[in-house]
Design a binder for this molecule. Structure first.
Ligand code: GLA
Length: 702
C-alpha cells in the first residue's frame, strides 16, 4: 500500500504531466489571452473623457486634470480635431503643447489616446489644395469649416494624412503615457467624393476585380436597359437608383476606399510606434451602414464606438444590439470611446437622461463587453458648432451636476475592475448580420415598411430572454460555439456561404433563417434556385412566392396564433420529413392556408425557415421553441420587464451585470445565492432602485 503522502505526490506528478501535455497539444492561439481592450498595467475597466486642451489657455489645464483625477477618470482622448495646432502651416509641426498636455495628464494618472486629426483638415491645406475637398453628388465642392470635408479618394489628401499621422507617431509612438491611437473620427460618415479622381479609382478597382468587361457585363446583366460597357471609362459612379450589381460594387468600393484611407495611417503609425500602443477607430454602432465594418475593422487592435441615445432614454435592446454588433465585428471586447454626458445637441429633442441613467448606461456597456467608457466631452469650446452639447464641466470650468454621477460610476469601475479582469462575453446564441444583404434589401425594399432593424430587434428582444448574451456576427465566421444561429434577413447567400451554413447544421447547430433569405448571389443578382437558394435541399422546402402585405394577416400553428405583417412568403415542403410549424390564415388567396414556417432536422442539427415578419407574441413563442429544440436554458431564470441581466465569463466564473431600466424600483429573485460586488453582500434576491445596478459574482461555470 502506498502512503497518503506518496499518493499525493503521485497525483501531483500526474497532474503536472497532464497540464504539460495539454499545453503542448493545444494550439497557441487556443489559449485565451487577455482581451486587447484590457491594457497591461492598467485597470481592466477604465473610464475617461474627451479633452481638447488646444481650445483652452494652458494655465487652465492643471485644474481640468485635477478635476478629472478627483472624478476617478483615468483616460483621455486628445487631438483628433487639433490639426491646425499641430501643423499650423504646411510642413511646420508643433507638438510641444501636446507633449506638455500629455505630461500633465500623466502627473494626474490619466492615460492618453491620441486621435489623428484627419476628419478636420486645416484651412491652409484645403485652400492651397482644393482637390483635397470632397465633391458632392451634385458636383459642388464642399466648403471649409465643417468637418469630414476631406476627400477619401484624393491622393494629395492621403499624402497629408499620412504625414501628420507619421509625425505624431514619431513624437509620441514611444510615449509611456500614450496607450493607443484612434484613426480619424467616424470615417467621414462614409461620404465619398463624386469627381473624376474617385471615378477613375472605382473603374480601376472594377478592372482588378473582374479582369474583363465581359465578366462584369455578365454579372451585372447589363444587357438590361442597354447598360453594357465597352470600356472601363464608361462606367459611372452610381447616383440615385441604379443597376443593383453596380450599386453593390460601388458600396464595396466605398468600404475599400475608407479601409485604404485607414491603412495609410495605420502604416504610418505602426512604422514608428511601440507595439503596445493599440490602434482603433471610432465607429457609430449598428445602424451606421455605408461601410462594411467587418472589412474595415480587420486591421485594428480592437473596435471602439461612440454610443449616443439622442432623444429619449436608454433602450436596452437598441443599445444592446449596437454593442453586440460592434463586439461581433472582431468577436472581442470593445471600448466606448465616446458617450453621452446627459444630453446631446444634434437630436430633434435633446432631453437629458434621467438622474442615475448615465451610470446605468455605463454598466450596461460593461455588461455587453465594454472595457472603457469615455464621455464626450469634458468641456465645450466657447464657440463652434457644438457649444450647447452636454459636458462634464460647464463653460465656467466648474463641474456640471452630472459629474458626480460619472465619478461614482468611475469609482465603481476602479473598485470592481478585478472581477472583470480577463472576462469576455461568451454566447450560445448568435444573430447573423451582413452589410451587403442589408444594402441589397434597402435598395429594393418592395414595401417601404420593410424595416430590417426592427425585425432584428424583435428577434433580439425575444432571444435576450433565453440568453444572457447574444453575439451579432458575420455569417462567414466559424459558428461552432453556437447552439442556435438566427439570420433574420440573409438576402445574399452565395454557394460558399451556403455550404458553410450547411456544415454548421450538419455538425449539430440549429440555423433559423428569416424572410428574404437566399434570394441573391454575391453580385446582387437573383439566384436561379428558389429561396433559400443553395439551402433548399437541406431545408427540404422552398419559397414559392413572396408578397408585400397591405395589412396584417393571421398566422397560426404549433407556435400559437398571431399575425404576419409587411411581408409574407408562401412556402412549400419538398422533403417528406420537413415539418410545417405555422400557416397563414385567410389573406390574398395566394397565401391562404399555405405554410409560413418550415423546419427540418438535417445532419446532426436543424434548419428552420420563417417566411414572414411575425408579430412579437409569435416571435416570442418561436424563440421559446428554438431554445427547447436547441438545448438552451436561460442561465439566469426569468427576470421582470425592464430588467436586463448580462453575463461576462472569465477564469474565476461569471459576473452578471443587472440593470433596472425603469424609473421605478424592482425586485429580482436570483437563481442561487450570489455575491453582490457593489455592496459586498451574499444575496438571494436583489432590490434595485430606479436605474439601479447590481454586479453579481457567480462561481458556477457556465
Ligand atoms: C460624435 C463625434 C464627436 C461629437 C459627438 C457629439 O460622436 O465623434 O466629435 O461631435 O458626436 O455628440
Amino acid at each position: 500500500m502506498i502512503s497518503m503522502r506518496a499518493a499525493r505526490l503521485l497525483f501531483a506528478a500526474v497532474l503536472i504531466l497532464l497540464v504539460l501535455n495539454f499545453r503542448q497539444t493545444m494550439p497557441a492561439d487556443a489559449v485565451p489571452q487577455s482581451p486587447p481592450t484590457q491594457l497591461a498595467g492598467h485597470n481592466a475597466l477604465l473610464m475617461g473623457t474627451n479633452w481638447y486642451p488646444e481650445q483652452w489657455p494652458e494655465q487652465r489645464w492643471e485644474s481640468d486634470l485635477r478635476l478629472m483625477e478627483a472624478a476617478h477618470l483615468n483616460v483621455a482622448r486628445l487631438a483628433e480635431f487639433a490639426w491646425s495646432r499641430m501643423e499650423p502651416s504646411e510642413g511646420r509641426f508643433d507638438f510641444d503643447w501636446l507633449d506638455r498636455a500629455i505630461r500633465l495628464a500623466e502627473k494626474h494618472h490619466i492615460s492618453v489616446v491620441l486621435g489623428t486629426p484627419t476628419a478636420g483638415p486645416p484651412a491652409w491645406l484645403t485652400q492651397r489644395y482644393p482637390e483635397t475637398l470632397r465633391v458632392e453628388a451634385t458636383g459642388q465642392r464642399v466648403t471649409h469649416g465643417t468637418r469630414a470635408h476631406g476627400s477619401v479618394t484624393s491622393n494629395k489628401y492621403l499624402e497629408f494624412c499620412r504625414r501628420i499621422a507619421e509625425e505624431m507617431a514619431k513624437r509620441f509612438g514611444h510615449d509611456r503615457n500614450v496607450v493607443g491611437w484612434q484613426i480619424d473620427n467616424e470615417y467621414g460618415y462614409g461620404m465619398m467624393s463624386y469627381n473624376d479622381e474617385a471615378r477613375r479609382q472605382f473603374q480601376d478597382w472594377l478592372k482588378a476585380k473582374y479582369k474583363t468587361l465581359d465578366s462584369l457585363n455578365e454579372h451585372w446583366t447589363t444587357t438590361y436597359w442597354s447598360q453594357s460597357y465597352d470600356s472601363w471609362e464608361e462606367i459611372p459612379i452610381p447616383i440615385g437608383e441604379h443597376n443593383p450589381g453596380l450599386l453593390m460594387d460601388w458600396q464595396r468600393f466605398v468600404t475599400y476606399a475608407w479601409s485604404s484611407y485607414q491603412q495609410n495611417q495605420i502604416d504610418a503609425i505602426r512604422a514608428q510606434a511601440d507595439a503596445r500602443q493599440f490602434i482603433t477607430g471610432n465607429f457609430m454602432g449598428y445602424g451606421f451602414d455605408p461601410i462594411d465594418h467587418f472589412v474595415i475593422t480587420k486591421p485594428l487592435t480592437f473596435v471602439a464606438w461612440d454610443d449616443y441615445v439622442g432623444t429619449g432614454h436608454l433602450d436596452a435592446d437598441a443599445n444592446g444590439i449596437s454593442h453586440d454588433a460592434m463586439r461581433g465585428l472582431k468577436r472581442e471586447n470593445i471600448w466606448i470611446i465616446e458617450t453621452q454626458p446627459g444630453f446631446v445637441n444634434w437630436s430633434p429633442l435633446n432631453n437629458s437622461l434621467d438622474k442615475g441613467e448615465v451610470r446605468a448606461m455605463a454598466w450596461h456597456d460593461v455588461g455587453h463587453g465594454a472595457d472603457e467608457v469615455s464621455y464626450w466631452q469634458w468641456r465645450s469650446a466657447l464657440n463652434g458648432q457644438e457649444e450647447i452639447h452636454g459636458t462634464l464641466v460647464g463653460p465656467d470650468g466648474e463641474p456640471e451636476p452630472l459629474l458626480e454621477e460619472v465619478a461614482q460610476a468611475a469609482k465603481e469601475f476602479g473598485e470592481l475592475q478585478g472581477a472583470f479582469h480577463d472576462t469576455r462575453v461568451v454566447s450560445d446564441v448568435a444573430l447573423l448580420q451582413d452589410y451587403e444583404s442589408r444594402w441589397a434589401i434597402n435598395w429594393q425594399k418592395h414595401t417601404e415598411k420593410y424595416d430590417q432593424s426592427a425585425i432584428l430587434k424583435s428577434y433580439y428582444h425575444a432571444l435576450r430572454k433565453i440568453s444572457p448574451s447574444i453575439d451579432i456576427v458575420s455569417p462567414d465566421v466559424s459558428l461552432d460555439q453556437y447552439k442556435l444561429v438566427v439570420a433574420p434577413n440573409l438576402c445574399l447567400l452565395p454557394k460558399q456561404r451556403a455550404a458553410h451554413l450547411v456544415e454548421y447544421v450538419n455538425s449539430g447547430g440549429h440555423l433559423v433563417l428569416g424572410p428574404r433569405s437566399g434570394l441573391k448571389d454575391e453580385f446582387n443578382a437573383l439566384l436561379t434556385i428558389r429561396q433559400p437558394g443553395y439551402l433548399t435541399a437541406a431545408l427540404g422546402g422552398r419559397v414559392e412566392q413572396y408578397y408585400a402585405l397591405e395589412k396584417a394577416i393571421p398566422a397560426s400553428g404549433s407556435w400559437g396564433s398571431g399575425e404576419a405583417s409587411v411581408w409574407a412568403e408562401f412556402l412549400k415542403t419538398t422533403a417528406p420529413d420537413a415539418q410545417v410549424l405555422l400557416r397563414y390564415g385567410r389573406s390574398n388567396g395566394w397565401l391562404d392556408g399555405q405554410p409560413a414556417v418550415v423546419s427540418r432536422t438535417y445532419g446532426g442539427g436543424r434548419i428552420t425557415y420563417i417566411g414572414a415578419v411575425l408579430s412579437d407574441a409569435l416571435v416570442a413563442s418561436a424563440v421559446d421553441w428554438m431554445a427547447k429544440t436547441s438545448g438552451i436554458s436561460p442561465a439566469f431564470g426569468s427576470v421582470p420587464d425592464g430588467i436586463e441581466v448580462s453575463r461576462r465569463v472569465g477564469p474565476k466564473g461569471s459576473v452578471f451585470v443587472m440593470i433596472n431600466f425603469k424609473n421605478e424600483k424592482q425586485t429580482v429573485m436570483l437563481p442561487r445565492v450570489m455575491k453582490s460586488l457593489l455592496d459586498r453582500r451574499e444575496l438571494s434576491q436583489v432590490q434595485l432602485p430606479p436605474y439601479g445596478v447590481a454586479i453579481l459574482a457567480d462561481q458556477t461555470k457556465p
